[in-house]
Design a protein around this ligand. Structure first.
Ligand code: ADP
Ligand code: MG
Length: 309
């Protein structure tokens, strides 16, 4: 390929909101046979919204919390779940926290700031609220913290099968309830996954979310391979493992947490303007939110190179 072809391809790309860090990126992208896609903000819109709140009937709902005005315990339990979750997440910057706070506000649930707060990356948050220890986060993490979630096995299963990110709310080691958070898949996700397969490229969904939710989302867009429960720092290693199996890998992500994986990949693609760190770590930057930009870039490269060969 000649530099002229690269410039021509680059111009076409720029018109479609695709920025390339280097001319090489087009060429290397042609050799890619696996594309690893982050779930949140890449395959999904990245605008998580609370779908379901479940109050669990257990000791965590004590006398002071249950109904005294004749309304059902169920409603009270759900408001309590929401209030506790919103307090615990009040200082969190995670998009899931934002979803919980928005939902609490929309339902006029008043909640206080926590006395203490800590975020546990890729897992959830810990907080002290009214002197009580509160954990809000993914079931797998809660279980490693010694919490018994067996009363809610079926409810968790039901939410996760719907593709909802399922968060447990724990007060003093008891399960108060669950919050199921949905995030719509992008309108062009299924079509783009189809375009990848047409080129003989294998799409893989990667996420810190649990296996079942991840598979529900993957199924929806036609992705068969899923890497779930991957902690932010381990995404890079997962990319490396695929490379070690002799593959060329592109990684598509939007977040700060994705930066090491973007750098590790043969081609790192930052989507939807993303964060500054993601952009700095990427070879290709997609300006819009469309997932299709990934395959537009691939195809522009293909055209530029076949033209000059
Ligand atoms: P992703 O891989 O989708 O970008 P993260 O790695 O940020 O997600 O988080 C992985 C999982 O950890 C989330 O799906 C959620 O279950 C849980 N989690 C992370 N942060 C929080 C939080 N602030 N509140 C509740 N759960 C959280
Ligand atoms: Mg993320």
């Amino acid at each position: 390929a000649t530099p002229l072809a690269l410039i021509r391809g680059g111009g076409e790309a720029a018109k479609r909101g695709i920025l390339m860090r280097s001319g090489d990126a087009f060429q290397v992208f042609q050799d890619v046979d696996h594309i690893v896609l982050d779930k949140t903000g890449t395959i999904t819109e990245g605008e998580p919204t609370v779908d379901t709140v479940v109050g669990i009937d257990c000791e965590a709902i004590d006398a002071s919390r249950s109904s005294s005005d004749g309304s059902s315990d169920g409603d009270h339990a759900e408001i309590d779940v929401l209030r506790t979750a919103a307090s615990a997440e009040a200082f969190s910057e995670h998009p899931l926290a934002e979803a919980i706070l928005d939902y609490a506000d929309a339902h006029d649930v008043d909640f206080s700031d926590p006395e203490e707060f800590d975020s546990v990356t890729g897992k959830g948050v810990t907080a002290t609220i009214d002197g009580e220890n509160v954990l809000v986060g993914k079931p797998g993490w809660l279980e490693t913290e010694g919490i018994d979630l067996s009363v809610a096995d079926e409810a968790i299963d039901r939410l996760q099968r719907k593709g909802l990110t399922t968060i447990g709310v724990i007060v003093e080691n008891d399960l108060l309830g669950l919050v199921g958070i949905g995030d719509e898949t992008k309108t062009d996700a299924t079509e783009t996954v189809g375009r990848m397969k047409e080129k003989g490229v294998t799409p893989i969904l990667i996420t810190g979310d649990n296996e079942q939710t991840a598979h529900a989302v993957a199924d929806e867009v036609g992705i068969e391979r899923v890497m779930a429960g991957v902690l932010p720092n381990d995404k890079r290693e997962e990319v490396e493992t695929i490379q070690d199996q002799g593959h060329r890998v592109a990684m598509v992500g939007d977040g700060i947490n994705d930066a090491p994986a973007l750098t590790q990949a043969d081609i790192g693609i930052a989507i939807g303007a993303g964060t500054d760190i993601a952009i700095e770590s990427a070879d290709i930057v997609l300006m819009g939110d469309r997932l299709g930009g990934v395959m537009d870039a691939y195809e522009i490269g293909e055209t530029s190179y076949t033209k000059t060969k």
